[in-house]
Design a protein around this ligand. Structure first.
Ligand SMILES: CC1=C(CCC(=O)O)c2cc3nc(cc4[nH]c(cc5[nH]c(cc1n2)c(C)c5CCC(=O)O)c(CCC(=O)O)c4C)C(CCC(=O)O)=C3C
Ligand SMILES: [Fe+2]
Length: 309
């Protein structure tokens, strides 16, 4: 009997309570503690969305749903593992568990659709380095899955659904957004920006959108330039062009978490309100089985065709 294929599902992770915000934030900052002011500001944002982010439960539900689909599809037997970038159980813990369980071959996937060396690449590097140190398992990675047909189907449906909530769907502007990254990613041949345009353009083509644009959200305050334009500035310039309705599609994220529940639902909606713009956000994918099918398909393809690293 062959051993099951290990499937490592990697996600950002979120603090389980407000006490964990400091170690979490310190981990995000590569071990440098935030200032009291930065910490207080982050705690304030978590409090504004109810004290904790629902991301822990959503990630778990995504992994469970994916497991069901993989067990039911008649393919090779799989064992799923969940590892987080910034909170326990960490990616390192999950890979260690895979090794202990005797998993020799694995597929790794990150719950973010578009690849950047700085985001998805960093998850993969952590998994690979841990596996190399232990002596296994061997990994194949789904580097990106933004053009998986099932993902585009759901994304298109979500944008269409949000447009229908507008008074005049034909005049509404769809703003696709993703997490900003430091501008220095442009100095290498990083696919992040191109991939965001690729998936957004495909949705626009399918819906025959006349008005859409791309924006960045949730940029860090690190003193270096980040990719722009920021979504809040985009709202301001749309106002000047006389736009009255905007559909915000945070296509770089797949769950309801701080960047969506605070940065869009509270911050962007507040700015939109001040500008007199009606802002409708598309629903996130969360554990919708239609969406998880896209991940399942990407994993099965990678199992057959991905490069072993
Ligand atoms: C590309 C990218 C994604 C998308 C891809 C992926 O999913 O990987 C993502 C997702 C997420 N980011 C998240 C949370 C945070 N990210 C931060 C800070 C940062 N993110 C960055 C990048 C990304 N982040 C970067 C370059 C920094 C600056 C680091 C520095 O300072 O050098 C900070 C610090 C404070 C702040 O900046 O707000 C927080 C709290 C949560 C969880 C939300 C929740 O808890 O519900 C999620 C899903
Ligand atoms: Fe982040």
């Amino acid at each position: 009997m062959t051993t099951p294929l290990g499937v490592l599902v990697m996600a950002y992770g979120t603090p389980h309570n407000l006490e964990e915000v400091l170690p979490y934030y310190t981990h995000i900052r590569h071990g440098r503690a935030p200032s009291d002011e930065q910490l207080a500001d982050l705690i304030r944002r978590y409090e504004a969305i109810g004290g904790v982010s629902p991301l822990t439960e959503i990630t778990q539900a995504q992994v469970r749903g994916l497991e069901q689909l993989l067990h039911a599809d008649g393919g090779r037997d799989v064992s799923l593992y969940q590892g987080m970038k910034h909170i326990a159980p960490f990616i390192e813990d999950a890979v260690e568990q895979m090794y202990q369980d005797g998993i020799t071959e694995a597929v790794g996937i990150v719950l973010a659709p578009h690849y950047s060396k700085m985001s998805v690449g960093a998850y993969e590097k952590t998994a690979l380095e841990t596996a190399k140190k232990l002596g296994g398992p061997k990994f194949r990675f789904v580097h990106q899955w933004h053009m998986e047909p099932a993902f585009l189907d759901v994304l298109t449906a979500r944008v269409g659904e949000a447009l229908h909530l507008c008074a005049n769907p034909k005049d509404a502007v769809v703003v696709f957004s993703a997490h900003s990254l430091p501008e220095r990613i442009l100095q290498t041949d990083d696919p992040y920006v191109r991939q965001l345009h690729e998936s957004g353009e495909e949705v626009a083509r399918r819906l025959q959108l006349n008005h859409y644009q791309f924006a960045w959200q949730s940029a860090g305050q690190t003193g270096e330039p980040w990719l722009g334009p920021d979504i809040l500035d985009v709202l301001r310039s749309l106002k000047e062009q006389g736009v009255k309705e905007v559909v915000s599609c945070s296509q770089g994220f797949v769950a309801d978490h701080l960047e969506v529940l605070y940065d869009i639902d509270i911050e962007a909606k507040q700015v939109a309100k001040e500008l007199g713009i009606h802002l409708v956000r598309t629903r996130q994918m969360n554990d919708d089985p239609e969406f998880l099918r896209a991940l399942r398909n990407a994993i099965r393809k990678c199992e057959q065709q991905g490069d072993v690293e």
